[in-house]
Design a protein around this ligand. Sequence first.
Ligand SMILES: [Zn+2]
Length: 303
Amino acid sequence: MLQTETLNHCPVCGSKSLRRLLIAPDYESHTGIYGVDECLSCGIGITNPRPLEEELPKLYEERSTADFPRMDGFAQRLRDHVIDRYLDGQLGATTAVQNATFSTLDYGCGDGALVRGLLRMGRSRKCKVNVTAVDFHNAAPPGLVHLGADVVYQSNAAWHASPSQYDAIFLRHVLEHHPEPLRLLQVFAAALRPDGHLFIEVPNRRSVWARVFGKHYFGYYLPRHLFHFDRVSLDSTLHRAGFQHVEVRLAHTPLIGSSLGYLTGRGISNTGLLGLATYPLQVGVDAICGRSTTLRATAGNHG
Ligand SMILES: [Zn+2]
């Protein structure tokens, strides 16, 4: 069991107008039962009660959760392809990538899939890409060992002790794990070069599938996800942190498999056969309704 705190206000906007949306257990590691509240002022969803900040590393001690998917050949190649398309889409308009050295930070690198994608991008664009990869653990994940001098792995604590400057900072499925998103975003605003870009990806609590699955919706991922964004609250959180040129777009990530896993108590995963087979249905229904399971934000630094 983890020590928890109960919030009486929204950590992002300070409003005390919170409304309970649902109650759900920790389906992954059975640490207890948690609530999700909605801030009636800024619209963000808040896990409440939630683990104390000093308890959070316990949730990530093992690299065995869904943040570290084990994949076979086909799923791995599919994931690499998705990452390559993601990087082309996100960095396509970024002129800095033409620079002699393109300096990037992957904060919350997981198993290192995005880092390897950044190196592939550097090779295909014939530019030098440096990557700093950061995560909770002291040692680099196996997927980042032997990648050469262009990749540096740092623990979260080591990185915060001496942050560097970057052309691009990636926070893919990280911001929703942090207890004080404004505090974290302000650190990144200071670590971004003048023409740099911040790229964020978080789950969207307004997916049609959040309504279909209710408390079993994998996007809630309690208690690891401490915040549950929608388009409006992600945009306002970034502006509140001082970012400019904020753009939030809809995107899709397989979520039906693990939601079915939570619902049935079976080991069904997002990237297993059933998860991938239902993905076109998931995307189609969300797209028809103008919704999505994922939000992608791009933001510039303090102008
Ligand atoms: Zn709020």
